[in-house]
Design a protein around this ligand. Structure first.
Ligand code: AAO
Length: 511
């Protein structure tokens, strides 16, 4: 029995489900479209000191350059080769980032686009981020190299060669996703080529991968690629560590392909999480926060130890992908902070925080016609992430991860790591509270009236600093103070018009 437990422990710690974050670091951040030089600095100056576990970076490989519309963010999801050469920087800059982030205990996870190459309709030429030649019509990508043999054209059974029905699993896997040339992952040459690319990154010190468009690859083909991957670099990781894997599969229910088909390969993105949480916090469809009492598997989500969760991602924050209009983003800052706060306080899943840039959002007939707009740039050259005196970001970078409420909830999650979900309370409506053992407690008021009540926090007696309204600095609290009595109870008052109608306290915010 003991031996078995030991084995399963090792199995977890070294396996593809483990993010390999430093001990006690429990959340990662997607620094969408950031340059490598800025990420390296951010690891050192902000992420490590604030307890962030890692960074999901945008695809680092060479991609097509799209000029119409001008340099959309989504051009990076159209690979041309596996040279490390993109708007975020070159290979030296990438390596320097990985080294510097790892040296301060912050991991790098690469967004790996391995399902496809560029769109079939693109013109042949050298309009690519490193100037490599390609000819989509002939399926010719000499910089890899790939040729006609390496694509699924023969295998796809739809009339158009594209995915026509999401209820035909073979089509979803073998046909083109929005025209993107579909790689034949059943071929050993393709599998080896992809694994070589990923192994170069692993050898540089990358800790794992987001596998883009995993729904569009057969689970067995993904496994064949993963089986070829190296163990992580022992300069930073223990011997035998397997790369962390999280697969992008959009499963909101109702389609033939299920998230569970991918559990054997690694974790899977739980898209129901953000869609449902947005609906609850917006109070749509009669939803209320009181219903969050059994949040997690109780809501029909995948097992917690397989889930990668997030409130919004780079697609659904701008109407791409799935989730719909309920998704909360920085554009709805007040509700968004509550949603991210709830996610980070709740034990379910492995959490990813989104960090975005502003774009000129403009709705026409319900669609944001500017949802293609790329990162802040000068003539296509991505702008630096500058830091303002108040620690927020300049140059149109939103940096949600630097918002006090979000940054402090990342710390909360670290402090309560491993503690059970406890002391749930609700008023039957949108006032709820819960704790994490004797390490942390959080209270929300999303009703249209004030909250004023005494609650069991589970915390030791003392004065605690609310990390939502302020910070504990040199033993002094700049925000609301909460007094926990000897019996663990405390009085909470939250106005429905508070700037942030929630309060969070934890073992390390005690003063
Ligand atoms: C661009 C252009 C295209 C052009 C193409 C080729 O926009 O017009 O044809 O180039 O030239 C991103 C952009 C794309 C862009 C692409 C390449 O989002 O617009 O195309 O780069 O530059 C599906 C996939 C999912 C994918 C998502 C966007 O399953 O994997 O579409 N996400 C990833 C990335 C994403 C990237 C790619 C993949 C491609 O995160 O950034 O695309 O590398 C249903 C399905 C989902 C499906 C959605 C959207 O969702 O379930 O699997 O996602 O449809 O097509 C309800 C349902 C829900 C349904 C939803 C939407 O909510 O419950 O299941 O409605 O219908």
């Amino acid at each position: 029995m003991k031996f078995f437990l030991l084995l399963s422990f090792i199995g977890f710690c070294w396996a593809q489900y483990d993010p390999h974050t430093e001990y006690g670091r429990t959340a990662i951040v997607h620094l969408f479209e950031w340059r490598w030089v800025d990420i390296a600095k951010e690891c050192e100056r902000y992420l490590a000191p604030n307890g962030f576990g890692g960074v999901q970076v945008s695809p680092p490989n060479e991609n097509i350059v799209v000029n119409n519309p001008f340099r959309p963010w989504w051009e990076r999801y159209q690979p041309i080769s596996y040279k490390i050469c993109s708007r975020s920087g070159n290979e030296d800059e990438f390596k320097d980032m990985v080294t510097r982030c790892n040296n301060v205990g912050v991991r790098i996870y690469v967004d790996a686009v391995i399902n496809h190459m560029c769109g079939e309709g693109a013109e042949a030429g050298t309009s690519s981020t490193c100037g490599s030649y390609f000819n989509p019509k002939n399926r010719d990508f000499p910089a890899v190299p790939y040729s006609g043999w390496d694509f699924n054209d023969g295998k796809c059974k739809s009339g158009s060669g594209g995915i026509e029905s999401y209820n035909d699993a073979a089509q979803v896997r073998d046909c083109r996703l929005t025209g993107l040339l579909d790689l034949a992952l059943e071929k050993d040459y393709v599998r080896t080529t992809l694994a070589n690319y990923m192994n170069r990154l692993i050898d540089m010190g990358v800790a794992g991968f987001r596998l883009d468009a995993s729904k569009h690859m057969w689970p067995g083909d993904i496994k064949a690629v993963l089986d070829k991957l190296h163990n992580l670099n022992t300069r930073w990781f223990s011997q035998g560590s397997r790369p962390f894997i999280y697969q992008e599969v959009i499963d909101l229910g109702g389609e033939t392909i299920k998230s569970s088909e991918y559990f054997g390969n690694g974790r899977v993105t739980e898209f129901k999480y953000g869609a449902k949480l947005g609906t609850v916090i917006r109070k749509w469809n009669g939803e209320k926060m009181a219903y969050l009492k059994n949040w997690g598997e109780g809501w029909g989500f995948m097992p917690s130890d397989r889930a990668l969760v997030f409130v919004d991602n780079h697609d659904n924050q701008r109407g791409h992908g799935a989730g719909g209009s309920s998704i909360l983003t920085f554009w709805d800052a007040r509700l968004y902070k509550m949603a991210v706060g709830f996610m980070l306080a709740h034990p379910y899943g492995f959490t990813r925080v989104m960090s975005s840039y502003h774009w000129p959002r403009y709705f026409q007939n319900g669609d944001d016609i500017n949802n293609w707009v790329g990162p802040p740039n000068d003539n296509g050259v991505t702008k630096e992430v500058t830091i303002n005196a108040d620690t927020t970001c300049g140059n149109d970078w939103v940096c949600e991860h630097r918002w006090r409420q979000i940054r402090n909830m990342v710390a909360f999650r670290n402090v309560v790591n491993g503690q059970p979900f406890s002391n749930w309370w609700d008023n039957g409506s949108n006032q709820v509270a819960f704790g994490r053992g004797n390490r942390g407690f959080i209270v929300f008021n999303n009703d249209d009236w004030s909250l004023s009540t005494t609650l069991q926090t589970g915390l030791p007696a003392g004065t605690y600093c609310d990390v939502i309204s302020g910070d504990k600095i040199d033993g002094y609290c700049t925000g609301i103070k909460v007094y926990v009595s000897d019996d663990g109870t405390a009085q909470f008052s939250i106005s429905n018009s508070a700037e942030d109608p929630f309060i969070a306290i934890h073992a390390e915010s005690k003063i």
